[in-house]
Design a binder for this molecule. Structure first.
Ligand code: ARG
Length: 588
């Protein structure tokens, strides 16, 4: 569906032409002085050079041509050569009525359906989640939902880390504690027990202990490294232990991600890419892309235009071991084979930016993926505490997601202390609000920026926060319930009337930005644009709600129009928060 800006653009183009100027100058933008007008065109200023005329005179000519157009309430030339526009109430209401009748409220869904793999989450089995994993999950989930909404085929992959040193450390520590376990007996050739020899709680204690110990004891660390190498070489007892670690840990991760309302289409792991490595490495050698450098196999990836040093991409260490890179490259091979994607988007800490640059260049150079496939790195910043350091929970430890959720939920419950609600319902409601507080607090910042986790601000029911957005939706839901009780309903044919009050105009204007918001949030992988939209829309709705009689309006047509406007607002808000991965409660 045509956007307001596009409609205006067409009119302005025709007017520029009619006045004898090139239509390329008819560029319309949102006004940067919303107190003066809604849209503006600065084209006369740019055209002045070409036509050697005063810009104000040209702006006046163009505005003069359009002064009787039904599109505008007002179109005027302003010094030094701006064209300021205010839409007519009829034009704006028509536009919103058209939106209301369209699927997706006028979003231009993808014409060409792309296959997009989104690599997000990236948790490591048997290791505690940290804030980076939390951010990846929150941002990736929103990008995934938005891409799906746009009509693409999207595969969200958790890409769990299950092939690194952490496994070696756990195996080593277990061996020290319980050397009699069958997994360590190389002569054992029976079935291994189905029951794991540890619980998640055990792993949570074992890993940090072993990791700390290895930092002080070189021989222990070497033992762990050897265990990884043996595991990767296929030692049966170790593979069985690894499988146990995976099962125990994944069950826990599934619970955590479910709590976050994050769901992956695919639960692949680094280990799944390992079978692709031998052929891939052979191909890199045969193609003449890889060479030996100090015993290691590397691919040069620097380019002439580089302004900073881009080191070669190491494929195999001198002892033949594979690296994080090797796995990521093999995962590209695997994804190409399984999905033949048009795009792969990686939602990872921005400190891995250089690393991904190397991996992407290497993948293209060695032709494991075509030039036409878009490899996109979406690097995010750090979630800091108020002390400016990476966030820690109240007890000061690494983030346990349950703890964070519990702390925020507790804070929200405090705010809801006076609500007349069953305890059970209150707890569930508070949990939903807490999740919205965390997610919205994250998503409302441009992903690449660091931000401060501010419990007070994020859980506030006022201002640019998740709870405020949910509050607005709940307000609309209860308005709808009240109307239902009163026997008032609207139909598809109910029309929104031209605005008779500024709050109505502002609400319609806010609504009209929906399609371009979703489209650009998708194209730029920018969930913060959706946040900004929902905030402006919520704010506009709440002002409208306070200034206008809705359910009790004496004029039946006006009442129906207001109800319809509220209904459309509610539907768009709910669609938008779903793209952010939030859910609104019934009451709050
Ligand atoms: N497991 C990694 C970490 O904890 C993140 C994985 C990111 N994705 C990737 N394809 N490398 O840092």
């Amino acid at each position: 569906m045509q956007k307001i800006i596009d409609k205006l653009q067409l009119e302005l183009k025709a007017a520029f032409e009619k006045a004898g100027y090139d239509e390329k100058y008819a560029k319309v933008t949102l006004s940067n002085r919303p107190d003066l007008c809604q849209f503006q065109c600065n084209g006369a200023l740019a055209a002045a050079k070409e036509y050697k005329k005063a810009p104000l005179q040209m702006a006046e000519e163009v505005a003069g041509i359009l002064k009787d157009s039904a599109t505008f309430l007002e179109i005027s030339a302003q010094k030094p050569g701006f064209i300021n526009m205010i839409l007519s109430h009829e034009f704006l209401a028509d536009h919103v009525n058209d939106m209301a009748g369209e699927k997706g409220f006028g979003v231009d869904f993808a014409e060409k359906k792309e296959t997009i793999v989104i690599d997000y989450g990236g948790a490591n089995v048997a290791k505690p989640l940290h804030v980076g994993h939390l951010r990846s999950a929150i941002i990736g989930e929103s990008i995934k939902r938005t891409a799906k909404y746009m009509g693409h085929k999207v595969i969200g992959d958790a890409h769990l880390g299950d092939w690194g040193l952490q496994i070696g450390l756990i195996i080593t520590e277990l061996k020290h504690r319980e050397p009699e376990l069958v997994y360590f007996d190389e002569a054992y050739d029976d079935e291994y027990p189905a029951e794991p020899p540890f619980t998640m709680a055990d792993l949570e204690e074992i890993y940090p202990y072993a990791s700390g110990y290895s930092k002080e004891h070189e021989d222990y660390k070497e033992e762990a490294q050897k265990a990884v190498a043996e595991l990767q070489a296929g030692r049966k007892g170790y593979l069985a232990l690894w499988k146990h670690i995976l099962d125990v840990s994944m069950a826990d991760l599934r619970k955590i991600y479910a709590k976050l309302n994050v769901d992956f289409d695919l639960w692949k792991k680094e280990s799944d890419a390992q079978p692709y490595i031998p052929d891939m490495v052979q191909g890199m050698k045969d193609g003449g892309y890889a060479h030996i450098d100090e015993g290691a196999l590397v691919v040069d990836v620097k380019e002439e235009t580089d302004t900073k040093e881009i080191p070669p991409c190491m494929i195999l260490k001198s002892n033949g071991a594979t690296l994080y890179n090797t796995t990521d490259l093999a995962t590209i091979v695997e994804r190409k084979k399984l999905f033949d994607p048009d795009k792969i988007i990686y939602v990872v800490d921005k400190r891995q930016g250089l690393y991904f640059e190397q991996v992407f260049r290497c993948a293209k150079k060695t032709k494991i993926i075509g030039e036409d496939v878009d490899l996109i790195f979406l690097g995010f910043g750090t979630m800091n505490g108020k002390d400016g350091k990476p966030f820690k929970t109240r007890e000061g430890g690494v983030l346990r997601l349950e703890n964070l959720l519990a702390e925020v939920t507790e804070e929200v419950e405090k705010k809801m202390a006076d609500r007349d609600m069953e305890e059970e319902v209150k707890r569930e409601t508070a949990a939903k609000i807490a999740l919205a507080a965390i997610k919205y607090g994250d998503l409302s910042n441009q992903a690449s920026k660091d931000y401060v986790f501010d419990m007070e601000r994020f859980t506030s029911f006022e201002g640019n926060t998740g709870p405020y957005i949910l509050y607005t939706i709940v307000r609309i839901k209860s308005l709808m319930k009240k109307l239902e009780d009163m026997g008032i309903s609207v139909s598809e044919d109910t029309k929104i009337l031209p605005a008779a009050h500024k709050t109505q105009t502002d609400l319609m204007l806010a609504l009209s930005k929906w399609s371009e918001t979703v489209e650009s949030a998708f194209a730029e992988q920018a969930p913060h644009k959706i946040c900004q939209f929902v905030y402006e829309l919520s704010d506009a709705f709440n002002k409208f709600y306070h200034e206008n009689k809705i359910a009790t309006n004496e004029d039946a047509d006006v009442r129906a129009s207001h109800v319809k406007l509220s209904l459309v607002t509610g539907e768009i808000l709910e669609t938008a928060i779903d793209l952010l991965g939030l859910e609104a409660p019934e009451r709050m």
